[in-house]
Ligand binder design. Structure first.
Ligand SMILES: Cc1cc2nc3c(=O)[nH]c(=O)nc-3n(C[C@H](O)[C@H](O)[C@H](O)COP(=O)(O)OP(=O)(O)OC[C@H]3O[C@@H](n4cnc5c(N)ncnc54)[C@H](O)[C@@H]3O)c2cc1C
Length: 458
């Protein structure tokens, strides 16, 4: 029987990063993956969607080329070729998953391609082989949740309704689509398909979409999100799905919306198949873990989507590193307060730390400063000046406790806020840091000036 220091179940961004880290710590490590390494993120999530969103952006910019001084006599000749878009997406995915395979090999990780079944905390079977291990890291991820709405299960089975994975596999661009759920993934797909020309209706039960973002960011984003191709139904509870028709309740009355495709995007559930032998303690969202990623069972860790703490690839990866470092005796932990989040709309949204609403609710004495992108030279030069930077600082020392960005490349810029918060920086230090010109990130410096005193260019 083969023996390992660590066996990792699941090769997504949680599992494969943990495997590489464990190998770097000189441990003998095995990674078991039933499908393709890279998990949801590389194969069906983060990367494929961003590759396709890029096409939607190019298409939309092409349609508005005259804004940039380019004459196109007939934009109607530009066709969306979904097959070619998917081909490009698949090429990028393949390149990245092959890259991960190469890294695992280079680091000496034993990769088993098969379904791993846990027999006890120190024994796992895969492809009729039994492996033993000192420590076990569970990284099996999550799957889309199909709520018990009348007719929805049938609609999914007949492919009339699809989940995030299925919507990437469509052979033809649907003329109309109903997105059930106005969370991050629903909004990203609504952005993608509406910009490619599909008429999208988003049906959301709450009174707003993207419930976790700061209100000022949402207010401005909403004006940009609602283009000619998007219809938004808020306070709308879906009660029935019948063939291509979605029925929802609004204001005590029944309404229906008909479309070529239905996308269900209202959350996920942890993948627990193969783990039945473990008596894992669960929370409402997934496997219960502490900030070292330990579960209630000695020598068993749970990382990534399956613990339900934050359904993000970079969180899964960080948790993988933290789990391995703890196994190696390094006593590290993850601080969920400093986790950045990104939403890939047009423009992007990114944030870290508290929203103003949370700061208020927590009774924090804070200062808030906003700087509009319309006062930023690069944003104007690029023709994308809708957006803002919002900083929240604790009044006592001007320490940064929240950064919220609505801007092109917001998801790249937010790292400045993450590092500032990691270093417990004050707005004074951000304002004092020389930012290159012209850049969008100068707006962060300007907003920091606004905390300390006043922005210069406003
Ligand atoms: C459409 C979409 C877009 C997204 N965009 C982003 C984004 O832009 N940024 C971001 O941070 N996050 C994004 N996410 C979320 C991100 O994909 C997940 O948070 C991330 O993939 C979680 O990583 P993980 O390693 O925990 O699990 P997964 O990526 O789900 O990997 C788990 C792996 O375990 C394998 N597995 C499960 N059970 C077993 C078993 N018993 N034996 C062997 N193998 C098993 C599965 O095959 C899978 O490969 C997106 C998700 C979706 C659906």
């Amino acid at each position: 029987m083969k023996s390992y220091d660590i066996i990792i179940l699941g090769g997504g961004p949680g599992g494969y990063v943990a495997a590489i880290k464990a190998a770097q710590e000189d441990m003998k490590v095995a990674l078991i993956e039933k499908d393709v390494v890279g998990g949801v993120c590389l194969n069906w999530g983060c990367i494929p969607t961003k590759a396709m969103l890029k096409t939607a952006k190019v298409y939309s910019q092409f349609m508005h080329a005259s804004d940039y001084g380019l004459k196109i006599s007939d934009t109607s000749v530009v066709e969306v070729d979904l097959k070619a878009i998917k081909k490009r997406k698949d090429k990028i995915v393949k390149r990245l998953t092959n890259g991960v395979k190469g890294l695992l090999k280079k680091n000496g990780v034993d990769v088993y391609n098969g379904f791993g079944e846990v027999k006890d905390p120190h024994t796992v079977t895969v492809n009729d082989e039994t492996l033993e291990t000192k420590k076990l890291i569970l990284a099996t991820g999550s799957h889309p949740f199909i709520p018990p709405i009348e007719g929805l299960k049938d609609a999914v089975e007949s492919a009339r309704a699809v989940t995030a994975k299925g919507v990437l596999e469509l052979e033809e661009l649907p003329k109309t689509m109903t997105v059930i759920g106005g969370g991050v993934i629903g909004v990203e797909f609504a952005t993608l398909y509406s910009n490619l020309g599909t008429k999208v209706t988003v049906v959301e039960m709450e009174d707003r979409i993207l419930t976790l973002i700061d209100d000022d960011i949402r207010d401005q984003y909403m004006k940009l999100f609602l283009n000619d191709n998007i219809d938004l139904k808020l306070n709308a509870k879906v009660t029935k799905v019948n063939d291509d028709q979605v029925t929802y309740e609004f204001d005590g009355q029944e309404h229906t919306v008909q479309s070529d495709k239905i996308l269900v995007s209202i959350g996920t559930r942890p993948n627990m198949k193969g783990l039945e032998a473990l008596d894992l303690e669960m929370t409402e969202n997934g496997v219960k873990t502490n900030d070292k990623l330990e579960t209630n069972i000695e020598d068993v860790y749970a990382i990534g989507d399956m613990n339900g703490k934050a359904m993000l690839a970079h969180v899964a990866s960080k948790e993988g590193i933290v789990a391995v470092e703890n196994i190696a005796g390094k006593k590290t932990h993850i601080d969920y307060f400093k986790v950045p989040s990104g939403i890939y709309g047009f423009p992007e949204i990114a944030y870290v730390g508290v929203t103003e609403q949370q700061a208020k609710a927590q009774g924090i004495d804070y200062i808030v400063s906003q700087f509009p992108l319309s006062a930023n030279g690069k944003a104007l030069a690029e023709g994308e000046s809708d957006g803002l930077i919002k900083l929240i600082a604790a009044k006592k020392y001007n320490e940064l406790i929240g950064m919220h960005i609505l801007s092109p490349n917001a998801t790249d810029m937010i790292s400045e806020g993450v590092i500032a918060m990691e270093l417990e920086s004050t707005a004074d230090e951000i304002a004092a840091s020389i930012h290159p010109h012209p850049t969008l990130s100068e707006s962060i410096m300007e907003a920091a000036h606004g905390v300390v005193d006043k922005p210069i260019h406003l």
